[in-house]
Design a protein around this ligand. Sequence first.
Ligand code: NDP
Length: 287
Amino acid sequence: MSNQNFRSILTGSFSTPCADNPTVAMIEAAYHHAGIDARYINCDVKAAHLADAVKGALAMEWVGFNCSLPHKVAVIEYLDELAQAARIIGAVNCVSIRDGRLVGDNTDGKGFLASLRDVIDPAGKRVFLLGAGGAARAIAVELGLADAAHITIVNRDPEKAGVIAALVRDNTRCDATTGGAWAGKARIPEGTDIVINATSVGLGDAQAMPDVDLDTLVKGQVVADVIPNPPMTRFLREARGRGCTPLDGLGMLVNQGVIGVELWLGKTLDAGVMKQTLRDIFGASDA
Ligand code: NDP
């Protein structure tokens, strides 16, 4: 009998379409770097097959999987338990399988916060948040749980901003309000410590920028963008030029991977290897 072990730990992702999701390359590079015999399998799972995919992961004794569009809400009915943030946000993007039980968490906002904490502690800070989609919702809830003092949420559709503000007020100690409908240039309120673009503006377009009055940015503010590609968005370049501290969306993506694998394997992967893998894929520079 051989003492060798030919059985890999199985992890992966369920979404559709999935072919443009680089998470598999990022995580497998870090598994390899750490000498962990694990695989991350990027699966195209259509909505009608989500239940079967979840059963398959259980049957094959996967230790966990990510869920991306369109499964983040639909997957909840197949889970045994939800972590606090996933319950408040109402969406799951990371499922751990332990002793046959499925536990759902949401690492979107946690990944952002881990990245943010490299430059500023959000506790007691005032935040201006652009956008009210899934990313903004997860970020707002995690900022609330991290004891940010106040969040102003601005969105083209103000009702969506109002829903997130209420979610934060009702579930955390943070105060949150909407800045009304976003029409014309958004003005950043005085006293803001952290500005976040959580809209999809800038994705795949180095010249696109959310409609913000750049003259209301203040030197020393942290200005963050969720856009991972290109990482140095025009919004961040403009902010950097005004003496603000820019924070790109690559860190959010990398930290989500780190946190997911910590939940699945109890091991912390090398964030530097993961970030470099994404930079190579995106052909990114800091210019
Ligand atoms: P959603 O579709 O849920 O939300 C999109 C948001 O962008 C909405 O608030 C929408 O406003 C707003 N928006 C879109 N176009 C415009 C525009 N022209 N002007 C102003 N606002 C606009 O997407 P997600 O929240 O899931 O994702 C948002 C971005 O975050 C994506 O680009 C995604 O790539 C990125 N992301 C990055 C992650 C990372 O790890 N770095 C993780 C998750 C997401 P309205 O409601 O009015 O339509």
